[in-house]
Design a protein around this ligand. Structure first.
Ligand code: ATP
Length: 454
C-alpha cells in the first residue's frame, strides 16, 4: 500500500488534499494521470451500462436535494454509526468496529446499551492511548449538514447527499413521462456522495467525499430474484472488463442483521485490497421502499401503469452500486508490480488494461537529433488527436520506457533513422517489453489492435 500511495503522488495520480495547509484528512486530489484514469473508467462504465443497454438512461442530478428527501429515505433516522470517544486522548472510534476487531464478535444486532456494556465489561483499551475510559456509545449521523440561508432569517438545514440513489428516485416520474420507457428499465448516474465517516482511511478506500456509479433498475416485484442474479453477473463481468484478477474477487451475502433499512437482500462484491478483503461494490434489492416513501412524503403519485394490462403498481428496485474511488484503488493495487529483470535491474509497472490506461502511447525520437525530433512530433501530433499520447525526447531511451511503465502506458513508439528511410517505427509493449517494427500508417488507425500484434 505504501508503494502505491507513493507512486500515486510521485507520478501525478493522486495527491493528499490541501497539502500546503498541512493537509485536510481523508480528502484527495486526482492529479493529471489520476483524472485521466478516472475519466476512462467512467466512460467505459457509461458505455457498457448506459449506451449499450437499450433500457437504461442516464441522469445527472443535484448534490443538494430537498431536505424532506432524506426524511423519506430514512437517512435522517437510520444512517448512523455507533460512536464512542476516548475521554483521555479524545480520539473517536466506531464502537461496533472496535468490538469486532478486539473481541472478534459480530456487532450488527447489538443496540447502543449492549455495545457500551460490552466495552466496559471487557475493559477494552483505546487503540491510540491504551486507556479504558470511553464515553457511552451514541448514534452519529453520517450525513453532512449544511445551512441554507432563507430570507425570513430562518435558516434551513440541508444535507450533502450521502448516496446518489435518491437523486435518481426523485426523477423516476419525470423519466417515465418524458422518455417513453417501459419496465424493466434502469436510470444510471455517476456523481459525488459525501459521508462524515467516523473512521475513514486506507488511502482512497474510505473518504468523506467520493464518487459512485449507480443504477436503479425498476422491475415488477415478481422479477426480483432473476434480476438480482442478472445484475450480480453483470457486476462480476465488469470486474473482468477492468482487468481485476478473479482470484481477488469474492461475494458476501448480508445476513439479516447486516441489511440496511431499505434492503431485503444485499450482496457485496469483495476485493482483496493490500490491507485485507473489503467491500468494493454492493448490489441491493431495495424493494418498493424508496418510491413508496417518496409517494407518502411528497404526496405525489409514483405508480407505474402497464399500458397493456392497465395494471397500476409501484415498481420494485434492484440497485447495483459501484464506488469509483474504490474501483481506482482496486485497479491500482491489482496492476502494481515491482519486477526484477534478468539483468537484476528493477522496474515498476502498472499493468493497466489499455482501455483505461491514462496514456495510451508515448512517442520518442531515439536521439535528440533535429530530423528525428521533427518526424516524431509529426507522428505525435497525428496520434494525439485520437488517443491520449505523450511526447518525450529527454534522457536515455531506457529511462523514458521506465517512466511510461510506471504510469501504465501500454505502448511506446520510437522513431529512429530507419523511420526516415522507410516510414516504419518500433512499437514496444509494456508488459513483455517486446518490440516490433510496423509501418507508420498502421499506428493511427490500429491502436486497438496493438495488443494483438504482440
Ligand atoms: P462500507 O460498508 O464500506 O461503509 P457501505 O456498505 O456503507 O460501505 P454503500 O452505502 O453500499 O456502502 O455504498 C456503495 C458503494 O460506495 C460502496 O460499495 C463503495 O464502493 C462506495 N463507498 C461507500 N462509502 C465510501 C467511502 N466513505 N469512501 C469511498 N467509497 C465509498
Amino acid at each position: 500500500m505504501k508503494n502505491i500511495v507513493s507512486l500515486c503522488k510521485r507520478r501525478g495520480f493522486i495527491y493528499p488534499g490541501s497539502e500546503i495547509y498541512g493537509g485536510f484528512a481523508n480528502t484527495y486530489s486526482y492529479g493529471p494521470y489520476g483524472v485521466e484514469l478516472k475519466k476512462n473508467i467512467k466512460d467505459l462504465w457509461w458505455q457498457i451500462f448506459v449506451r449499450e443497454k437499450e433500457n437504461i438512461v442516464g441522469i445527472d442530478g443535484p448534490i443538494l436535494l430537498h431536505p424532506k428527501t432524506w426524511e423519506a429515505s430514512g437517512h435522517v433516522k437510520c444512517f448512523t454509526d455507533a460512536l464512542i470517544d476516548c475521554k483521555k486522548c479524545k480520539n473517536r472510534f466506531r464502537a461496533d468496529q472496535l468490538i469486532e476487531k478486539i473481541l472478534n464478535i459480530k456487532s450488527e444486532s447489538l443496540n447502543l446499551k449492549s455495545i457500551s456494556s460490552i466495552i466496559k465489561e471487557n475493559k477494552i483499551k483505546c487503540p491510540n492511548c491504551n486507556a479504558s475510559d470511553f464515553t457511552e456509545a451514541r448514534h452519529f449521523n453520517l450525513m453532512f449538514q449544511i445551512e441554507m440561508s432563507k430570507t425570513d432569517n430562518q435558516n434551513e438545514i440541508a444535507y450533502l447527499r450521502p448516496e446518489t440513489a435518491q437523486a435518481i428516485f426523485l426523477e423516476y416520474k419525470n423519466i417515465l413521462d418524458s422518455m417513453r420507457i417501459k419496465i424493466p428499465f434502469g436510470i444510471a448516474q455517476i456523481g459525488k456522495a459525501f459521508r462524515n465517516e467516523i473512521t475513514p482511511g486506507n488511502f482512497i478506500f474510505r473518504t468523506i467525499e467520493f464518487e459512485q456509479m449507480e443504477i436503479e433498475y425498476f422491475i415488477k416485484e415478481k422479477e426480483w430474484k432473476k434480476t438480482f442474479e442478472y445484475w450480480l453477473e453483470e457486476m462480476l463481468n465488469w470486474c473482468k472488463e477492468i482487468g481485476l484478477n478473479s482470484n481477488k474477487i469474492e461475494t458476501h451475502e448480508h445476513k439479516k442483521e447486516e441489511l440496511s433499512h431499505y434492503s431485503k437482500k444485499t450482496v457485496d462484491i469483495i476485493f482483496d485490497f493490500p490491507f485485507g478483503k473489503s467491500e468494493l461494490y454492493g448490489l441491493a434489492y431495495r424493494t418498493d421502499f424508496d418510491l413508496k416513501q417518496h409517494a407518502q412524503y411528497s404526496k405525489s403519485k409514483q405508480e407505474y401503469i402497464d399500458q397493456e394490462t392497465k395494471e397500476k403498481f409501484i415498481p420494485h428496485v434492484i440497485e447495483p452500486t459501484f464506488g469509483l474511488d474504490r474501483t481506482i484503488l482496486a485497479i491500482l493495487s491489482n496492476s502494481f508490480e515491482e519486477e526484477t529483470l534478468e539483468n537484476g535491474e528493477k522496474r515498476t509497472i502498472l499493468h493497466l488494461s489499455p482501455k483505461i490506461a491514462p496514456v495510451k502511447a508515448a512517442v520518442f525520437p531515439l536521439m535528440k537529433k533535429q530530423e528525428l525530433i521533427s518526424k516524431s512530433l509529426k507522428i505525435y501530433e497525428n496520434i494525439k488527436k485520437r488517443w491520449n499520447t505523450e511526447y518525450d525526447e529527454n534522457g536515455a531511451i531506457g529511462k523514458r520506457y521506465r517512466r511510461q511503465d510506471e504510469i501504465g502506458t501500454p505502448f511506446c513508439i520510437t522513431i529512429d533513422y530507419e523511420t526516415l528511410e522507410n516510414d516504419t517505427v518500433t512499437i514496444r509493449e509494456r508488459d513483455t517489453m517486446k518490440q516490433k517494427r510496423v509501418k507508420i500508417d498502421y499506428i493511427k488507425n490500429n491502436l486497438e489492435n496493438f495488443l494483438k500484434i504482440f
